[in-house]
Write a protein that binds this ligand. Structure first.
Ligand SMILES: NC(=O)c1ccc[n+]([C@@H]2O[C@H](COP(=O)([O-])OP(=O)(O)OC[C@H]3O[C@@H](n4cnc5c(N)ncnc54)[C@H](OP(=O)(O)O)[C@@H]3O)[C@@H](O)[C@H]2O)c1
Length: 255
């Protein structure tokens, strides 16, 4: 049996990843605040945790409970996909509330860091296939006024993944880790960015253009690319990998 711990499975890319991973040989642990009823109702190999990743102090016991139900020594492989994320608050930093600032960094950076730490701890010493995919964003490099927290968290996640990659090179039973930039995908997150007030988020217009010119990929396509990457023999351990199909962008730019 292969085991998958996936965050942010109530919608968007995370939901598509979970849907595509469903198989009699796979067991999924899905995490989001809202339970994805349609996913659970169709499949028995899923345990769903309605869990708020902003509750940083509870992540350790969440992972304890997940690993209590896995016999790691008998597993064929164990995989963690840190996918959950939020862009709010989309605002200049001086107008963001402290609880909003903390919430963003908690969900986008601290939660994946703690989940990674717990995953490595619980699987330590087991010579099985162990991989972590941190779903990051090109926003780590391409910056917009009003998205400082999201960009800073994703840049942090990239650096964290690279550093943990170096650490795992010292392990006898290493965990593979990669940070992925999935591209531009037609999900709620994009909708939230383009529907902001342009007076407080000038880049809203760019997100509108991206949608209107058909540059967005579907969540299903992106999930398929991410899963292919997860099982790749040469996993590019320790790297930050951009999987967006830039030929798509070229086509639109040349029109
Ligand atoms: N869409 C894009 O163009 C794009 C581009 C680059 C990178 N990405 C990355 O791709 C990943 C998936 O994004 P998406 O576009 O699919 O976003 P999405 O449609 O907004 O979905 C976000 C998921 O994260 C979960 N989540 C948010 N806050 C949470 C919390 N406090 N606790 C637990 N779960 C929480 C949501 O579930 P609940 O609300 O039910 O909790 C939801 O399932 C993210 O890491 C994002 O940064 C997306």
């Amino acid at each position: 049996m292969k085991y998958f711990i996936i965050t942010g499975t109530s919608r968007g890319i995370g939901e598509s990843i979970a849907e595509q991973l469903v198989s009699p040989d796979h067991y999924l642990f899905c995490i989001s605040r809202e339970r994805n009823e349609s996913l659970v109702s169709k499949n028995s190999n899923i345990t769903y945790y309605e869990f708020d990743l902003n509750h940083i102090h509870l992540i350790e016991s969440l992972m304890g409970s997940i690993f209590n139900s896995i016999d790691v020594s008998k597993a064929e492989g164990i995989y963690l996909i840190n996918n959950a994320s939020m862009i709010a608050p989309v605002s200049f930093i001086d107008t963001a509330r402290v609880d909003e600032i903390m919430g963003n960094i908690n969900v986008n950076l601290l939660a994946p860091i703690i989940l990674t730490s717990m995953f490595i701890k619980h699987t330590n010493g087991h010579l099985i296939d162990k991989r972590i995919l941190n779903i990051s964003s090109s926003s780590a490099k391409n910056h917009h006024p009003g998205m400082s927290l999201y960009s800073a968290a994703k840049a942090g996640l990239d650096v964290f993944s690279q550093c943990v990659g170096l650490e795992q090179n010292h392990s006898k039973t290493p965990v593979g880790i990669v940070s992925i930039w999935p591209g531009m995908i037609d999900t709620n997150l994009q909708k939230e960015a383009r529907s902001q007030d342009k007076s407080t988020f000038p880049s809203a217009e760019i997100f509108e253009v991206v949608k209107d010119t058909g540059m967005l990929t579907t969540a299903q396509e992106t999930a398929q690319q991410i899963i292919e990457f997860l099982f790749k023999p040469n996993f590019e351990h320790g790297a930050v990998v951009d999987i967006y199909d830039y030929s798509k962008l070229q086509q639109h730019l040349s029109i």
